[in-house]
Design a protein around this ligand. Structure first.
Ligand code: IMP
Ligand code: MG
Length: 184
């Protein structure tokens, strides 16, 4: 796994520090609210589990899943495959948590869907933000790091389903993604 990484971008130590900072801001915002964290599978599972353990206020945890039919390292048409229970959404203050904000299509579509389903408030928290790739106007309310326009893996982020278990974030050697197909 490590030999496929071109450059290490965020170390395990930097990730812990970054999450601490964001967890404090999230805690301040959601204090006293009916709070549900929605982890967008699969990419955010590691980030969401580290994040919620640093948020010392009551919260519920829900999951949703999307898939996009794009090849390689670009995202295509989005489909929502799985949503949380109604009781975890209706009238509650949601925080959508994803691994990376790229074109913005995933977070935009999910925000609309949860508002339609009766959420009182929907905010977003992303581990990485790649603003140079945005296809529509969408900004994360909370983000840990901004990244340049590189395909990155690790800490939940995959390429073709692999590298999620890498404990740090790195860019993938371009020869690795020359062919194959990426998964969400
Ligand atoms: P968006 O809908 O284009 O914002 O894309 C969001 C999804 O694309 C993320 O949840 C990731 O699964 C995937 N993605 C975008 N950029 C990267 C990357 O650099 N590495 C790994 N996955 C990525
Ligand atoms: Mg993915």
């Amino acid at each position: 796994m490590h030999q496929d990484i071109d450059r290490k971008l965020f170390s395990e130590e930097a990730i812990v520090e970054g999450i601490d900072r964001v967890a404090k801001a999230v805690t301040a915002h959601y204090q006293g609210k009916d709070f549900t964290v929605i982890s967008v599978l699969k990419g955010s599972c590691i980030f969401a589990s580290d994040l919620i353990r640093r948020i010392p206020i009551p919260l519920e945890l829900g999951f949703c899943a999307t898939s996009s039919y794009g090849a390689g390292t670009t995202s295509g048409e989005l489909r929502i495959n799985f949503l949380p229970e109604e009781s975890e959404v209706v009238g509650r203050s949601l925080l959508l948590v994803d691994d990376i904000l790229d074109t913005g299509k995933t977070m935009h579509a999910l925000k609309q869907e949860f508002l339609k389903r009766g959420a009182a408030e929907v905010r977003s928290c992303v581990f990485l933000d790649k603003p140079s790739r945005r296809a529509l106007e969408f900004n994360a309310d909370f983000r840990v790091f901004e990244v340049e326009d590189l395909f990155v893996v690790g800490y939940g982020l995959d390429y073709a389903g692999r590298y999620r278990n890498l404990p740090y974030v790195g860019s993938l050697k371009p020869e690795i993604y020359a062919q194959a197909t990426a998964t969400q």
